[in-house]
Design a protein around this ligand. Structure first.
Ligand code: ADP
Length: 484
């Protein structure tokens, strides 16, 4: 697996107290690597290094934007040079199929390229304030950022925060999820090779309450950007409020996927299924509440069942696999618990696939895709985020009915709408309270655009130019031009 030390102040180090924990291969349950179990002392070293690198001008406002840009572009190149290695590591660590991991790592490279370009284009404004003065509105890096990321897209979620933060001139401490720390450690190697100075980019591995929590309370951290569960997000906001730390939260969802009767079914059926079953359903924006117009309900359900039945579970490393194991035994048990909940709530389990029979995978954390039929949006399986391959299908009558159902949720991350009628598509898109709406597609998240949630799906936006705002402060410099 290569070195698994943390990366703090330009050095590869173990935890101060020498403790480690194992990261497992979810396809087999076997130990993949032993990784430092970071805690408050390690976070303090990393934050102190990041603070120094920010305050002494090693990075940030004192470094020419061109230099920051060149380094980020070099990181993109190095990700591409090490593409196959990173893909394999991601598959082994989080279980996803090869094709999915290729997509992730490809986007990681692009993310560094995209924000490498932005580093030289972050500018302010000069609003007119009368003849005798000049007001300059300038953008400055927010400072030291704690970046806490989840396990479903380990390297991509890390890049989604690291790239704009470095482009903006911030210094960072990255805390990968305990289930999937390995590609974050590779990212540190890549950053070092690309010329990121010591202290600018640090990685502390470990469990959330031990290695994540101290970032929230450390007085030298200016900003926390977090992607993960709603409950941890609420805890983060509450904790950060004590020091008025800036916070960006990308949380969960229970996103509606709306199929109107006039939709092109050759796109709508596979797209709907990919939106629920893709990445094993471990997707914050999964379109797991599938609303189908009543007149096509039976045909659509049959077609989605056939689509789900064609999914092939297995090790992510097998090129024939289209669904890998869930990330951990805990996650498997949680998702299977929801299948029991659905049954006991009276939903009809219309389909459930098979887990692999290969003895080599007997200890893997596989959960077969499942499709529930529900008549109500009030069931727990229609309201709570499952984060696994479980679809809940609910019929609807018309646009007003489905908009009401779609919005009847605490979440507001994403929505997918399938129809050939452009007016209806746009009317529905405007009416749905969600940060991302797809029309005749599900799940694309181009790095050039925008990501983020309404309601309890988060605070702030990522991707595109919007992500930069999360890592910038805005200052006014007022100049008296010599009037009175
Ligand atoms: P999930 O439920 O999907 O595992 P979590 O929200 O628990 O997602 O975890 C997402 C990230 O947040 C992980 O890196 C995890 O270690 C981290 N985390 C969990 N608890 C805390 C905490 N109390 N403080 C800071 N980070 C945490």
């Amino acid at each position: 697996m290569g070195p698994t030390e943390m990366y703090i102040d330009g050095a590869r180090v173990g935890a101060a107290d020498g403790r480690t924990f194992d990261t497992l291969d979810p396809a087999t349950g076997s130990v993949l690597a032993s990784v430092p179990r970071g805690a408050a002392a390690d976070v303090d070293r990393a934050v102190t290094a990041a603070r120094r690198a920010f305050d002494d001008g090693t990075w940030g406002a004192a470094v020419a934007e061109r230099e920051r840009s060149r380094i980020l572009l070099r990181m993109a190149e190095l990700v591409r040079d090490r593409f196959d290695e990173l893909v394999e590591l991601e598959v082994r660590d989080c279980g996803k199929p090869l094709a999915d991991a290729r997509g992730d790592i490809d986007e990681v490279a692009f993310m560094f390229e995209y924000y490498g370009g932005w580093a030289t284009k972050i500018s302010g404004d000069i609003p007119p304030v009368g003849p005798d003065a000049m007001s300059l509105v300038v953008k400055e890096p927010v400072g030291v950022c704690g970046l806490i990321v989840p396990w479903n897209y380990p390297m991509l979620m890390a890049a989604q925060k690291v790239a704009p933060a470095l482009a903006a001139g911030c210094t960072v401490v990255l805390k990968p999820a305990e289930q999937t720390p390995l590609t974050a450690l590779r990212m540190a190697e890549i950053a070092e090779t690309a010329g990121v100075p010591a202290g600018v980019f640090n990685v502390v591995t470990g469990y959330g309450p031990e290695a994540g929590e101290p970032l929230l309370t450390h007085p030298a951290v200016d900003k926390i950007s977090f992607t993960g569960s709603r409950d941890v997000g609420i805890h983060i906001q509450r904790t950060c409020a004590a020091q008025l730390k800036r916070v960006t939260l990308e949380l969960g969802g229970k996103s509606p996927n709306i199929v109107f009767a006039d939709a092109d079914m050759t796109g709508a059926i596979p797209g709907t299924c990919a939106g629920v079953f893709g990445n094993q359903g471990e997707v914050c924006s999964a379109g797991s509440r599938v609303f189908v117009e009543r007149s096509i309900y039976d045909d659509a359900l049959a077609a989605m069942t056939a689509e789900a039945a064609a999914i092939r579970l297995g090790s992510g490393l097998d090129p024939a696999t289209t669904m890998g194991p869930l990330v951990s035994a805990e996650q498997r048990d949680r998702v299977l618990g929801y299948v029991d909940v659905g049954r006991s709530e009276g939903a009809h389990l219309a389909f459930q696939g098979d887990v692999p029979t290969d003895p080599a995978l007997a200890n893997g954390y596989f959960v077969a895709p499942a499709i529930f039929e529900a008549t109500s949006n009030d069931l727990r399986i229609a309201r709570e985020e499952i984060f696994g391959p479980v679809m809940t299908v609910i019929p609807f009558a018309d646009v007003d009915d489905v908009v009401r159902l779609a919005n009847d949720t605490e979440y507001g991350l994403a929505a997918a709408i399938w129809t050939r009628d452009i007016s209806r598509a746009l009317r529905t898109a405007k009416a749905v309270r969600a940060g991302v709406v797809w029309i005749n597609d599900s799940q694309p998240a181009p790095s050039e655009s925008l990501w983020g949630g309404y309601k309890q799906s988060g605070i702030g936006r990522e991707l595109g130019p919007y992500a930069l705002d999360a890592y910038l402060e805005t200052k006014q410099i007022y100049v008296n031009l010599g009037g009175r």
